[in-house]
Design a protein around this ligand. Structure first.
Ligand code: HSE
Length: 440
């Protein structure tokens, strides 16, 4: 049977991995797909690199539009990244009736509604397994494996760079800046690490997961995003003493508020009990915990980045597209798991209404009545304390740290309490506030 013709846009790390794995496992992949999958064209600005990776076996060009406009190409694999030229190329490929496979989470989180609508209209497929958690087949799991379930919530470690940094901070007791520099030296963090460390990359991936878990449009602009750059080593240490680890989690939850369904969509450093499997996901690894009403909790773990792990997801999509290319578009698995006319416009919950446990650290005068003042304010706000420790002051010190954990409350309650506690004359500076999830 004639091989399906693939045009690859970008032959960097993932493109190179895709080329290598497709060649190495050609026979096995063909047995699965039903016909060979062949990369016949590669577009990259760096033609020398493209020549080296492909060994001169495919047509090369530095014009990506030449690939998306080539009538011989059946599937375009977009591995350029970003929301600029990648959006134009993907929309052009769709307009030309080509299927698209992409690892571009930023593009889908920001322009996904436009892209999926265009693909739907044209009857072409968009594969995006590689866009979330690299090699972990989480899109397939949410879209197909868990399709009987009402998904209740998802909590994921979906950024390897920040998980590596947090693991190192905890292991070595080092501050964020020092570990970031080391991560950059080792190639774990990029020269401009903003997207990773500020939680933006995780929010892109979370936005995509929320869309297919709850059948809602992409709403990246409504996501709450807080990264790890302000996290202090002492909070990691105190959390550990209380039996918790701090992870950058992407959390999305179905909630009822005033009789209406709304969705929580948030990325932030989070305390989780150290005994949970998710707390023990270390280094650059990714993991996603999904709670379904029928199945309960399921956990997906693996490499969230890298040449061959991400290629594994890209090729899985290539096989899916190859198998379904001749099927009636009506009979294919819907892109966003729900039928397009069944996508619900559920609102994203404002952070003030989000419910969470909280970790508070405050610097206080070491004298009688201080603790009583603080606990009175918390009680007045209806906030219940789950654990509390006071560090013994060093000799001659007049001040000390109080660290407390609360039961689950609304964020607006904790913020009101914090404002009152910070106004007490016996409390110095700002209170450190982190969110806590029991994950049960
Ligand atoms: N930069 C991402 C991470 C990998 O650190 O996990 C690609 O999504």
């Amino acid at each position: 049977m004639k091989p399906i013709q693939v045009g690859l846009l970008g032959i960097g790390t993932v493109g190179g991995g895709t080329f290598t794995v497709l060649s190495r496992n050609e026979a096995e992949i063909t047995r699965r797909a039903g016909r060979p999958i062949r990369i016949v064209q590669v577009a990259d600005k760096n033609l020398e690199l493209a020549r080296r990776v492909t060994g001169g076996t495919v047509a090369l060009t530095d014009d990506a539009f030449a690939v998306v406009n080539d009538p011989e190409i059946d599937i375009v694999v977009e591995l350029i990244g970003g929301y600029g030229i990648a959006r134009e190329l993907v929309l052009k490929a769709i307009e030309n009736g080509k299927h698209v496979v992409t690892a571009n989470k930023a593009l889908l989180a920001v322009h996904g509604n436009e892209i999926f609508a265009a693909a739907q209209k044209k009857g072409v497929m968009i594969g995006f397994e590689a866009a979330v958690a690299g090699g972990i087949p989480i899109i397939k799991a949410l879209r197909e494996g868990l399709t009987a379930n009402r998904i209740e919530w998802i909590a994921g470690i979906i950024n390897g760079t920040t998980n590596f940094i947090l693991s190192e901070m905890r292991d070595k007791g080092l501050p964020f800046d020092t570990v970031l520099k080391e991560a950059q030296r080792l190639g774990y963090a990029e020269a401009d690490p903003t997207f990773d460390i500020e939680g933006i990359d995780a929010a892109h991936k979370l936005t995509i997961m929320a869309a297919i878990a709850f059948g809602i449009p992409m709403q990246f602009d409504k996501a709450y995003i807080e990264g790890i750059s302000k996290l202090q080593a002492e909070d990691i240490k105190y959390a550990e003493q209380l039996g918790y680890r701090i992870k950058l989690l992407g959390i999305t939850k179905r909630r009822q508020l005033d009789g209406k369904t709304a969705i929580e969509l948030r990325v932030h450093p989070t305390l989780i009990p150290a005994r949970r499997l998710l707390a023990n996901v270390e280094g650059a690894m990714n993991a996603v915990l999904v709670q379904g009403d029928a199945v309960g909790a399921t956990l997906y773990y693996g490499k969230g980045a890298g040449a061959e792990p991400t290629a594994s997801a890209v090729i899985a999509d290539l096989v899916d597209v190859t198998r379904m290319a001749t099927a009636d578009p009506e009979n294919r698995v819907p892109h966003l798991a729900f039928q397009p006319d069944a996508v619900a416009d559920l609102p994203i919950l404002p952070m003030a209404e989000v419910e969470s446990g909280y970790y508070l650290r405050m610097r206080v005068d070491d004298k009688p009545g201080v603790l009583a003042d603080i606990t009175r304010i918390l009680a007045d706000q209806g906030i219940s304390i789950d654990a509390l420790v006071q560090r013994e002051p060093a000799e001659g010190e007049q001040q000390t740290d109080i660290i407390l954990l609360t039961h689950v409350v609304r964020e607006k309650q904790i913020d009101a309490a914090i404002a009152q506690i910070e106004a007490l004359p016996v409390v110095s500076g700002k209170i450190v506030r982190l969110r806590l999830e029991a994950l049960s």
